[in-house]
Design a protein around this ligand. Structure first.
Ligand SMILES: *Cc1c(COP(=O)(O)O)cnc(C)c1O
Length: 468
C-alpha cells in the first residue's frame, strides 16, 4: 500500500483535514489529534533515511494517527482472568468486591454524601462512625477505626501505643509479608523498640514475663500468615499472652493479617483466625486487612478497647492514613453482607470462590476442555487435572483447597520455550488469562473463572495466532 520511496510528508494542517482524521476530533478533541499527527510525522522523519523506507499513503497516516490516539486512551489497568489458583492474589488485586459494595462506592463517588456530617444534628460527623457500629457488632470489640491498609494499621497502633517505648514479640513471629512489610522495619518506623523473645521455633510464657520492664508499652502477637513452623515447636496462645500482659497492666496488640469475620472452618476451609475469637481471648487491639478474607476493599481495620481506639483516632498519623469515601462506602457495603449470614457466601465473591464446590469447577473444566483443546491445536495436549488452590495473601500457603485445572502440555520436545510462549499468548488476549507454569504444563486453575462466556469468546483468537 505504501507509495513512492520518498514523497514529502503532507503538512500537519493538511493531515488534520483528512476526513478520517477530522472525525477523530469528535472522540479525542482537536489538540490531542494535532499532537498525534506531529508524533506520527516525527516517527516517520526519523525513519526516512533507513534503507528501503517507503513513505506512507494518506490512508496509512490516518490509521497510524487513529492507532496512536486509541492506544493512549487505553487504560493500563485492565481486567484479567485469575487462573493462578491463588484466590486472594495480591498482584492481581486481591478481592473482587460484591455488587452491593461496588454500587455503594459508586454512589459515594458520584454524589455528595454524609461522609463527615451528622444527619441528626446537622453538625460535623466522624467518617469512621459510618462503619464503627457494625464492626463492633461483628467482632465483639468496644470500638473500631479504619485506615488505608493493615500495614498502616500496625504502624498507627505502634506509633500511638509504643512511641519511644518497647514492644515484646516472639522471634517466631518476626514476619515479612510480600511487598516489603517486615515487622521489625515497621517497628522502627513507628519509633518503637522491638524486644524479641524466645527462639524461632519455641517461645514460652516465661520469655514474655522476663522481657517486661519499665519501658515496656505492650506485648504483641503477629499471625504467622505466610509460613508455618512444624516439628519441635512451642508457642504461647493469645489467651495466655493476654493474661501476662494484663497482669502487668499492659495491652496486647494482635496483628491478624487476614483475620476473618466468620469461621471458615465451618465451610471445610483451612482454619484462619476469627477476629471475634481474638478479641474474646483478651487482645486489646486487633488489626486486620479489609481486602483479605473479609472480602472488601483495601483497608486496615483496627478494633479493640475503647480507651485505646480513642487514642489511636486522635493520633496525627490517623489523618494521614485515613480512607477515602469510595473505600469507606465499599467497606460498609461489604460489611452489611455479614448481617445476612445465610446469603453471605453468595454475595461476597471472595467467600463464594473459596467455597465453590469442586463438582462445579469440575463440570466447568469438562465443558472447557474440548474448546481449549481445539483452540490450541495438535501441538498441545490438554487435560482436566486435580490441583490445589490456595487462599493467598498471607493465609497459610501450606493449607490447600482441592480444585480442578486445565493443564496444557506441549507434544513437541521444546517444552520450556513452548510453555512460555503459550503463557504469553494467553496474557496477550483482550482479557489476559493468567495461569501458572508447573510440572512442565501451563496450569489454568478454574476455581476463579466465573465468566465462562467471556473466556470462551476469546479462545478463537488463540487459535488464529497460537498454533500457526
Ligand atoms: C497481609 C498482612 C499485613 C499487611 O496487610 P496489608 O493490608 O496488605 O497492608 C500485615 N500483617 C500480616 C500478618 C499480614 O498477613
Amino acid at each position: 500500500m505504501a507509495t513512492q520511496p520518498t514523497r514529502p510528508f503532507p503538512s500537519v494542517d493538511r493531515i488534520a483535514h483528512f476526513a478520517a482524521v477530522e472525525s477523530l476530533c469528535e472522540t479525542y478533541g482537536r489538540s490531542a489529534v494535532i499532537d498525534a499527527i506531529r508524533a506520527v510525522l516525527d516517527a516517520h522523519r526519523e525513519r526516512v533515511s533507513e534503507p528501503g523506507y517507503l513513505s506512507p499513503s494518506d490512508n496509512e497516516l490516518s490509521l497510524q494517527i487513529a492507532d496512536r490516539l486509541q492506544q493512549r486512551a487505553t487504560p493500563r489497568l485492565r481486567r484479567v482472568f485469575n487462573l493462578t489458583g491463588t484466590v486472594l492474589h495480591t498482584n492481581l488485586g486481591r478481592t473482587q468486591l460484591s455488587s452491593r459494595a461496588i454500587e455503594h462506592a459508586s454512589m459515594a463517588m458520584r454524589e455528595a454524601c454524609n461522609l463527615e456530617f451528622d444527619l441528626d444534628t446537622g453538625g460535623r460527623g466522624e467518617r469512621d462512625s459510618l462503619v464503627e457500629d457494625i464492626l463492633i457488632e461483628l467482632t465483639g470489640a468496644e470500638a473500631a477505626t479504619v485506615v488505608n491498609n493493615n500495614a498502616a494499621a500496625v504502624l498507627l497502633v505502634l506509633a500511638t501505643v509504643a512511641h519511644k517505648r518497647e514492644v515484646v514479640l516472639s522471634r517466631g513471629e518476626l514476619v515479612e509479608i510480600g511487598g516489603a512489610f517486615r515487622i521489625p522495619d515497621v517497628m522502627r518506623s513507628a519509633n518503637t523498640r522491638l524486644i524479641e523473645v524466645g527462639t524461632t521455633n519455641r517461645t514460652h510464657p516465661a520469655d514474655y514475663e522476663r522481657a517486661i520492664g519499665p519501658k515496656t508499652a505492650a506485648l504483641m502477637k503477629v499471625h504467622m500468615s505466610n509460613y508455618k513452623i512444624s516439628g519441635f515447636v512451642a508457642h504461647v496462645s493469645e489467651l495466655r499472652v493476654a493474661r501476662i500482659a494484663h497482669e502487668h497492666q499492659l495491652p496486647l496488640i494482635v496483628d491478624l493479617g487476614a483475620g476473618s469475620l466468620i469461621d471458615l472452618a465451618a465451610y471445610g476451609l483451612p482454619k484462619e483466625p476469627v477476629v471475634r475469637e481474638t478479641i474474646a481471648s483478651g487482645a486489646d487491639v486487633v488489626t486486620f486487612s479489609g481486602d483479605k478474607l473479609l472480602g472488601g476493599p483495601q483497608a486496615g481495620l483496627i478494633v479493640g478497647k475503647k480507651a485505646l481506639i480513642d487514642r489511636i483516632k486522635r493520633h496525627p498519623l490517623k489523618r494521614a492514613l485515613r480512607v477515602s469515601k469510595p473505600v469507606l462506602a465499599a467497606l460498609e457495603g461489604t460489611l452489611l453482607a455479614y448481617r445476612t449470614p445465610d446469603l453471605l457466601l453468595q454475595e461476597l465473591p471472595t467467600l463464594r470462590l473459596l467455597t465453590r464446590p469442586l463438582s462445579d469447577i469440575e463440570a466447568l473444566a469438562d465443558r472447557l476442555l474440548p474448546l481449549v483443546s481445539a483452540a490450541l491445536g495438535a501441538q498441545w495436549q490438554v487435560n482436566v487435572t486435580p490441583v490445589s488452590s490456595q487462599v493467598g495473601s498471607g493465609s497459610l500457603p501450606v493449607e490447600i483447597i482441592p480444585s480442578m485445572a486445565l493443564t496444557c502440555r506441549p507434544t513437541s520436545a521444546k517444552v520450556g520455550s513452548a510453555l512460555k510462549h503459550l503463557a504469553t499468548e494467553f496474557r496477550r488476549l483482550p482479557v489476559p488469562v493468567i495461569g501458572r507454569i508447573a510440572n512442565d504444563a501451563l496450569v489454568l486453575d478454574l476455581r476463579c473463572l466465573e465468566d465462562e462466556h467471556a473466556f470462551i469468546a476469546q479462545l478463537e483468537r488463540l487459535a488464529a495466532k497460537g498454533s500457526s
